[in-house]
Design a protein around this ligand. Structure first.
Ligand SMILES: *Cc1c(COP(=O)(O)O)cnc(C)c1O
Length: 422
């Protein structure tokens, strides 16, 4: 190296092979020079490249992995215009909600449905539209936090509704709800039931089911969270898997008497990030007319992807077409064959039994038997630096990838990556 540091521009040009646009290479070059270490420019540029949104291979075994975009979704579309808010039958302005709303309502047996950006938005909109300046009764056992800042008391406060806690942390009975509703000083607009999703309380516990709450004469809103449309899973050839046992489903919660049910689109539903409000059409109409509905509405890309997802459910082709269900239902035999083929092709690794998880806070404490490949040593960094990055996990100084969450078309890439491990 010369005594003078290289110019920012020439240093940026020397790391063009990293494949970033010039201004970002300039940033990397500048930072390296400022650190007095121009040789670091390439590493800094690679660091910038790793902050970009890219596809990755999920070998963690967690199907809807919150850090990896929850449910994987395939979606492409051409650059054509879309009848997003245009009614093709009349040639007049239409609603972006009507088509998709119909599909969702049909898939879970609801009168009507509304789509927003996520389930947090769905709960917020329901509370703001139906309970502003009024009371909402929630069991103390369901006044929960569900990761990433969704805390029932805080969502309630933001919506302008007042939280009325009833019962105790472990037990809340019908009488507790009734007392809160009958108290003269209360003005109860809704009962909100929240599925604790990512944790489980065991032992001396009691909750009041929706069918009992529905007898109290106040609209019942059930936030089921995970987005299982129907507990009977008519889209799966073998019916509901054992690991789904106890997971609340939209159709059954409505049938039990809930007036509204809210859930996410990117957990067990297997679609893009979105949130649903389903149930009574008069209440859905009030929600859709609230000013927040406009602020929380999803765009055409998400709605198009969601259309495909819902059509797969209605056509009962979800098991093969929706990646979440394809991964959740692939057999141990099929996984074992893939593992053998990968090991044979790269000449390393051993087959192991492992446990996959549905992920995204669904079915806590429950796992799905799976097959993985293990390699001695910790190779997480090397695998993350592959293109596309492979995300694995380490246990007892062995690297493990679970094949359930890897698309079979990526097996060859996994074998290639393993070959490079010394
Ligand atoms: C996941 C979850 C939420 C938050 O949903 P997002 O789609 O992540 O906004 C809210 N309530 C329950 C019960 C959940 O499980």
């Amino acid at each position: 190296m010369s005594k003078h540091p290289p110019s920012v521009d020439s240093l940026a040009r020397s790391i063009e092979h990293v494949g970033l646009p010039h201004p970002l290479l300039v940033d990397a070059a500048r930072q390296a020079i400022a650190e007095g270490n121009p040789e670091r420019a390439q590493d800094i540029a690679r660091g910038i490249a790793q902050c970009l949104l890219v596809p990755v291979i999920n070998g963690t075994g967690v199907i809807a992995h919150t850090n990896l975009g929850r449910s994987p979704v395939a979606h492409t579309q051409t650059a054509r215009a879309q009848n997003l808010e245009f009614d093709l039958s009349t040639g007049q302005r239409g609603s972006r909600q009507s088509g998709i709303g119909q599909l969702i309502a049909r898939a879970c047996g609801a009168q009507a449905a509304l789509v927003v950006n996520n389930n947090a938005a769905a709960v917020m909109l329901v509370l703001a539209a139906l309970a502003h300046d009024r009371d909402v009764v929630v069991s103390r056992g369901e006044s929960v936090e569900i990761g990433g800042g969704f805390r029932v008391p805080e969502v309630m406060e933001q919506s302008g509704a007042r939280l009325v806690d009833v019962g105790t942390t472990n037990r809340t009975r019908l009488g507790d709800y009734r007392k809160a509703i009958e108290r003269k000083s209360n003005d109860v607009a809704l009962i909100l039931k929240v599925h604790p999703s990512n944790y489980r309380v065991e032992g001396f516990v009691e909750e009041t089911p929706v069918d009992q709450l529905a007898t109290l004469g106040v609209p019942v809103v059930s936030d089921i969270g995970s987005g299982l449309l129907d507990a009977a899973c008519p889209w799966l050839s073998d019916g509901p898997p054992a690991w789904l046992n106890g997971e609340p489903a939209a159709r059954q919660t409505l049938a039990a008497g809930a007036d509204l049910v809210t859930f996410s689109g990117d957990k067990l539903l297997g679609g893009p990030q979105s949130g649903f409000i389903v149930g009574r059409s008069d209440l859905i109409k009030t929600c859709s007319e609230h000013p927040l509905a406009r602020a929380l509405r999803p765009g055409g890309l998400v709605l198009a992807s969601l259309h495909n997802t819902m059509m797969s459910y209605l056509a009962r082709t979800a098991q093969s077409e929706i990646p979440f269900w394809r991964m959740a239902s692939i057999s141990i035999d099929a996984l074992g064959k893939r593992a053998e083929a990968i090991i044979q092709s790269c000449g390393r690794g051993r087959i192991i039994n492992c446990d996959s998880l549905p992920g995204a806070g669904s079915a806590p404490g429950i796992s799905i038997k799976s097959i993985g490949i293990t390699l001695d040593g910790d190779h997480l960094t090397m695998l993350r630096n592959c293109n596309p990055a492979i995300i694995a996990r380490v246990k007892d100084n062995s690297t493990i990838i679970d094949l359930r969450t890897i698309d079979p078309s990526d097996d060859a890439l996994v074998a290639e990556a393993f070959k490079k491990i010394l």
